[in-house]
Write a protein that binds this ligand. Structure first.
Ligand SMILES: *Cc1c(COP(=O)(O)O)cnc(C)c1O
Length: 345
């Protein structure tokens, strides 16, 4: 295989040895196929292509200090995929089948699992579930295809822990009230692209959305949850329209373990002026600190309120949480919560 420069990896696709595929048809999943070609054969009338009948997951495999290979909380991803699939009305793999396919994908693609020394790099798994039978009518797909895809990745942006600038776009939402915001469906991402593109043009790395019903409290970023630190408190929004992040859930547990207060509640926009540290959290980088958060009522307008946190580096409390999670994932500290699942290689 071609040699990979692990230090140059970003969050982009590198083809690996195999992808795994299985389809649910007439009440059963077909035997898992391991394919070296990453181009699918799919009916052009698949529900995924016309009605966005698609949901996905994202999780990582790490090479530990002890040489062992570990997945971080894969059962949580399996359960979340099952919830997303139920929302779409399609069949999802069982938790056991999901975790087994994660392990198989890692084993078949060990060449692409970054070594322990490559800090910040990992093998990213992208479980993907699509409605795959030919259909014209609008209805949930009878057949679904489950793919276990992977790619080696480095830090999401330039470097992890480099603080970014974000914008609140009040005239855009990623999900509707009582809509699909709490499910990891591809359609939510399609709906975030217009505002994300404008934000990128204006020089912002991410968009922070408010709760779509009242526009008075904070929801989340386009692809990650919001958290803030004030004093000794870890504060994160409670809302029906945000995706329940496994990273955020883990950070809450670690924060409490480290003696912090944990508050999960509606977070009014005005509170942005009172926080010591603000960050994004998600599987891709665990934590990305936010330096400037700009409230721009209309993305195109001149009017804006700017909130600034820290000096462009990661704040001390966020850094402590980040270190704990990443050390646990890399087998450097004891996994007292039982979050890691070892892949026998
Ligand atoms: C996947 C995702 C997250 C992060 O979830 P993790 O389980 O922590 O990776 C946050 N917000 C949205 C919208 C997402 O799709």
């Amino acid at each position: 295989m071609t040699k990979i420069d692990w230090s140059k990896l970003t969050f982009s696709y590198t083809k690996t040895n195999t992808i795994l595929s299985t389809s649910y048809r007439d009440g059963a999943w077909s035997p898992v196929e391991s394919l070296t070609d990453d181009t699918l054969r799919l009916t052009s009338f698949a529900g995924a292509l016309h009605y966005a009948i698609e949901c996905f997951e994202g999780l990582k495999a790490f090479r530990g200090k002890d040489g062992k290979v570990r997945l971080f909380r894969p059962e949580e991803n399996a359960r979340r995929l099952q919830r997303s699939a139920k929302y779409l009305g399609i069949e999802a793999p069982s938790t056991e089948m999901f975790v087994e396919m994660c392990k198989q994908a890692v084993r078949e693609n060990l060449d692409f699992l970054p070594p322990y020394e490559a800090t910040g790099a990992s093998l990213y798994l992208r479980p993907t579930l699509i409605g795959s039978n030919p259909q014209l009518g609008v209805q949930s797909s009878k057949e679904s295809t489950f793919l276990m895809l992977c790619s080696p990745v480095g830090a999401y942006t330039g470097g992890a822990l480099e603080a970014i600038d974000c914008v609140i776009a009040r005239n855009y939402d990623r999900a509707a009230p009582n809509g699909s915001g709490a499910f990891k469906v591809g359609g939510n991402y399609a709906c975030s692209l217009c505002s994300l593109n404008i934000a990128h043009e204006l020089g912002y790395k991410a968009v922070l959305y408010l709760d779509p019903a009242t526009k008075t409290t904070i929801d989340e970023f386009n692809s990650s949850n919001f958290f803030a630190i004030r004093g000794n408190s870890y504060i994160t929004p409670k809302s029906d329209s945000i995706l329940p992040s496994i990273t955020n859930m883990s950070l809450e547990t670690v924060a409490a373990h480290l003696g912090m207060e944990v508050e999960r509640r509606p977070v009014p926009v005005e509170e942005l002026a009172t926080f010591d540290e603000v960050g994004e959290c998600g599987t891709a980088v665990v934590i990305t600190p936010v330096h400037k958060l700009v409230d721009k009522p209309f993305l195109e307008s001149e009017e804006e309120t700017v909130y600034t946190y820290g000096d462009g580096m990661c704040g001390p409390k966020s850094l402590r949480l980040y270190n704990y999670i990443t050390q646990l994932q890399r087998g450097e500290i004891e996994d007292i919560f039982g979050w890691n699942v070892e892949v026998e290689i």
